[in-house]
Design a protein around this ligand. Structure first.
Ligand code: PLP
Length: 388
């Protein structure tokens, strides 16, 4: 008789990680037929002309591997946009890489530079993909809190946290889940802090075009002293209402891009060809789309907030992204996780509890709602929320 050897899996490499809250809440919303304002995606389509261009390339033989770094026309269009918006000249061949979503770009940047024992500064509440990527690379996240209600970094606390092991600081502006944005003064403080220090930056700017009240997005690409040490990540999924296409990019100086591409080429090798070609055409033909995006989403934010005026929820300020935080202190003393579940199951509306974005949640009574929804959905959502 032969004995079979059962492989032992051993300890998990990511013991803290379960299924993301976005999947959990979206599943719960589907099970209970709830309005889904939890996961961050629009319930309307991307521009018709963009979809037509994808169909064109799909149907005309552009279905094989794209170049590893991205379709040249798209990289050139990205470099053109970066120059026009942020005044930074980038080399489209050496400094721009197209990726399968912002998520892939964040992962590759972290794997490319974080080594065993390195420390990475992350601000809580934090988007949930950063820490697992740092841990897989053998690094450790130092999580600093963004103080409520304006959720801006405390640069003195950052200064105190920097040490010989600090390798990378991860920034996210406009910020998910709070909707806060970095200001020019924040970038001044960061520049001062980093002068003479050997620390890299990873800027998650996937909501760069969703910023309100006339504010200008403070991309790290505006500041040569920051851009020279930064991976800057964006996502076409957010900009063109096509999150399911999973297409984004990373802009980084040539030396950083070389290391980034070493990882990217073995994570995905290349991203979807017909979509890249279509985006290149659309960016060239319709530059107004991203210029109109702030007004488009500001209208939705203002509409959602106006509809909630009669509710018992209190609105937290939202300067960017398509998320609105609602404070429920006047409604319930349940935890945000318990309330988010109950609202989904009993009231038919799904949101995201903000505590899941913290390592040590401060116990604040806030839920995150996504307002990237058509007007009828926002109206129905507000009716439900006003009745609670
Ligand atoms: C802050 C933040 N970064 C990155 C991403 C991921 O972007 P993508 O869908 O392009 O991978 C998201 C998506 O929700 C996000 O909110």
């Amino acid at each position: 008789m032969t004995t079979t050897m059962q492989p032992t899996l051993g300890p998990s490499k990511l013991p803290q990680v379960g299924t993301t809250i976005f999947t959990v809440m979206s599943q719960l919303a589907a099970e209970h037929g709830a309005l889904n304002l939890s996961q961050g995606f629009p319930d309307f389509d991307g521009p018709e002309k963009l979809r037509e261009r994808v169909a064109h390339y799909l149907n005309h033989g552009f279905n094989q591997y794209a170049p590893m770094t991205g379709v040249p026309a798209l990289r050139a269009a990205i470099a053109g946009k970066v120059a026009a918006l942020y005044g930074r000249k980038t080399d489209a061949d050496a400094e721009v890489t197209v990726t399968s979503g912002g998520t892939e770009a964040l992962f590759c940047a972290i794997q490319a530079v974080v080594r065993s024992g390195d420390e990475v500064i992350v601000f809580d509440p934090a988007y949930d993909s950063y820490e697992p990527a740092v841990e897989l690379a053998g690094g450790r996240c130092i999580r600093l809190r963004l103080p409520a209600p304006d959720y801006r970094p405390d640069w003195n606390a950052v200064a105190d946290a920097l040490g010989p092991k600090t390798r990378l600081i991860i920034l996210n502006s406009p910020h998910n889940p709070t909707g806060s944005v970095l200001t020019a003064e924040d970038l001044d403080a960061l520049e001062l802090l980093l002068a003479g220090r050997d620390i890299l930056l990873l800027a998650d700017e996937v909501y760069e075009h969703i910023i309100f009240d006339g504010a200008a997005h403070q991309s790290l690409l505006r500041r040569p002293a920051l851009a020279e040490r930064a991976f800057v990540v964006s996502s076409f999924g957010k900009t063109y209402h096509v999150t399911g296409w999973k297409i984004g990019y990373c802009v980084a100086p040539a030396a950083l891009s070389v290391e980034f591409r070493k990882v990217h080429q073995y994570v995905t090798f290349a991203s979807i060809t017909p979509v890249q070609l279509a985006l290149a055409d659309f960016l060239a033909e319709h530059p107004e789309h991203h210029l109109e995006l702030p007004a488009f989403y500001q209208r939705k934010r203002d509409r959602f907030c106006a509809l909630l005026e009669g509710s018992r929820f209190r609105l937290r300020p939202a300067a960017g992204t398509y998320f609105q935080l609602l404070d429920y202190a006047a409604i319930s003393d349940e935890t945000d996780v318990a309330l988010a579940r109950r609202l989904t199951v009993e009231h038919g509306i799904a949101s995201i509890p903000v505590s899941v974005f913290y390592r040590d949640p401060p116990g604040e009574p806030v839920l995150r709602f996504c307002f990237a929804k058509d007007d009828a959905t926002l109206l129905r959502a507000a009716e439900v929320l006003c009745a609670i």
